[in-house]
Design a protein around this ligand. Structure first.
Ligand SMILES: Nc1nc2c(ncn2[C@@H]2O[C@H](COP(=O)(O)OP(=O)(O)OP(=O)(O)O)[C@@H](O)[C@H]2O)c(=O)[nH]1
Ligand SMILES: [Mg+2]
Length: 434
């Protein structure tokens, strides 16, 4: 089953490019069956140029990042984008969600829907559509929200996941809290699952685990796409599979979201965690056992931490432990035949109210050169604190009327602010009550 991506804005396009790069590099190290499956899911194969062409639509309101994506020399000639599946204008959205949503969005709707529809027609078995976007800028957030809504209107039955990058909490863009509030409240109405990755966590992993003193966006994106691919890369549990069909993939976004992780529409926020994270040069000496990795990821889950700052003292008896609605564990590597991972399935990890529990998928591929690796896609209380901080900051700024006029110039009203803030408060409340 294929996955089509929409890369929107600077962040969305940069992540998308790093994502396909990693998938292709994983394919090089994979068995023929795994390679063929990943190739079918994420790429069209172009006979003439003998190249994989990403099933992706590139969108930005300024051309620079899209030109960079199209320059293929960086990619060792292994894969490419389809140059016709791009849309750009000459002027960005200026970190203004409203400008992206109300001005740019409607002006580019027709052309983008047309291109998207061409992609859909070419795709035989579609699993899901995945958006890559940031929450803090204006294009990924505003145009991204507008396009999600438009695509929902035009093509009702698609399964859609949004991968949204949250800004550093200390702030890079002054109005990032407004943009985050508007984006999340909007995505919540139309997405099947919103996977949020926080730049602060990526930065921490780069520093503490990869020992990079001053990580740049490229370093952070490597960690990020590692997390994403550790989930989205196909799962083939049979070591000796010598044939393949798209149906052999044991991981499907569509089934995983509304069928399991986000089956209750009030709870759509997802996190991803993966272990181990270490510099490549350490991997040959790694002594990780399945039990050791399981303990680590379990502890990261219940304490809502990353591998870079695991809290070992948290237990499911702690008052502030991170309660789960559902967890999908994906194990990739050797000797999985007899392996069970019961910790993540323990009852006390889950909220009693609406939990759909635990699922486990195996894959024999040595992902990211690890002989053993685990990743966990979760719907849990993980975003209680960030949601609280973002909505408090946005509310305070709104109350002081800071920068509100810039949004009003792009057709938003005070009521729109209050409605979006109320929505975020409601989401926070829902998760808090679990
Ligand atoms: N992890 C990561 N974050 C990024 C990257 N590029 C931008 N960001 C983050 O995205 C936010 C800014 O959003 P952008 O994606 O640059 O904005 P945009 O969607 O292009 O919107 P406009 O430039 O306002 O039109 C900030 O929080 C940045 O830290 C990237 O390559 N990786
Ligand atoms: Mg931009």
């Amino acid at each position: 089953m294929s996955i089509i991506t929409l890369q929107v804005g600077q962040c969305g396009n940069q992540i998308g490019q790093a994502f396909y790069d990693l998938i292709v590099h994983e394919m090089i190290n994979a068995t023929p069956a795994s390679q063929a499956l990943a190739g079918e899911i994420f790429f069209d194969y172009e006979e003439k140029s003998k190249k994989y062409v990403a099933k992706s639509l590139l969108i930005d309101m300024e051309p620079k990042v899209i030109y960079e994506c199209l320059g293929s020399q960086k990619r060792e000639n292994l894969w490419d984008y389809n140059k016709n599946m791009t849309f750009y204008k000459q002027e960005g959205s200026g970190n203004n969600w409203a400008y992206g949503y109300n001005i740019h969005g409607p002006s580019c709707r027709e052309e983008i829907i047309q291109k998207f529809s061409t992609m859909l027609e070419k795709t035989d078995f579609l699993d899901a559509v995945v958006f890559f976007q940031s929450l803090a800028g204006g294009t990924g957030s505003g145009v991204g929200s507008y396009l999600l809504e438009s695509i929902r209107e035009e093509f009702q039955d698609l399964s859609i996941m949004n991968i949204a990058i949250a800004p550093h909490l200390t702030g890079e863009v002054i109005v990032q809290n407004y943009n985050t509030v508007f984006t999340l409240s909007n995505l919540y109405d139309h997405s099947d699952g919103i996977l949020i990755v926080e730049n602060d966590i990526l930065n921490l992993i780069c520093k503490n685990l990869l020992h990079l003193k001053k990580p740049n966006l490229q370093d952070m994106n490597k960690v990020l796409v590692n997390m994403l691919c550790s989930v989205l890369y196909p799962a083939l549990p049979n070591q000796n599979a010598s044939y393949y069909s798209l149906l052999q993939n044991h991981f499907r976004v569509s089934d995983t979201l509304t069928g399991f992780l986000t089956s209750s529409p009030a709870y759509k926020l997802l996190t991803v965690k993966n272990v181990p994270q270490m510099p490549d040069s350490y991997k040959d000496f790694s002594q990780d056992t399945w039990q050791g990795l399981e303990k680590r990821i379990y502890q990261m889950l219940i304490s809502n931490t990353s591998e870079a700052n695991i809290s070992w003292s948290t237990t499911t008896k702690s008052s502030n432990f991170n309660k789960s609605i559902a967890n999908l564990l994906i194990a990739r590597g050797n000797n999985l035949e007899e392996q069970h991972f019961d910790l993540i399935g323990s009852k006390d990890v889950y909220t009693k109210a609406i939990s759909t529990g635990y699922k486990y998928i195996k894959d024999t591929h040595n992902f990211n050169k690890n002989v053993k690796s685990l990743s966990l896609l979760s719907n849990s209380q993980a975003f209680l604190q960030p949601l609280e901080i973002v909505s408090k900051n946005a509310y305070n700024m709104f109350h002081a009327k800071a920068y509100v006029y810039q949004y009003e110039k792009s057709k938003l009203t005070g009521d729109d602010f209050l409605a979006a803030l109320a929505k975020i408060e409601q989401i926070h409340h829902n998760y808090q009550e679990l």
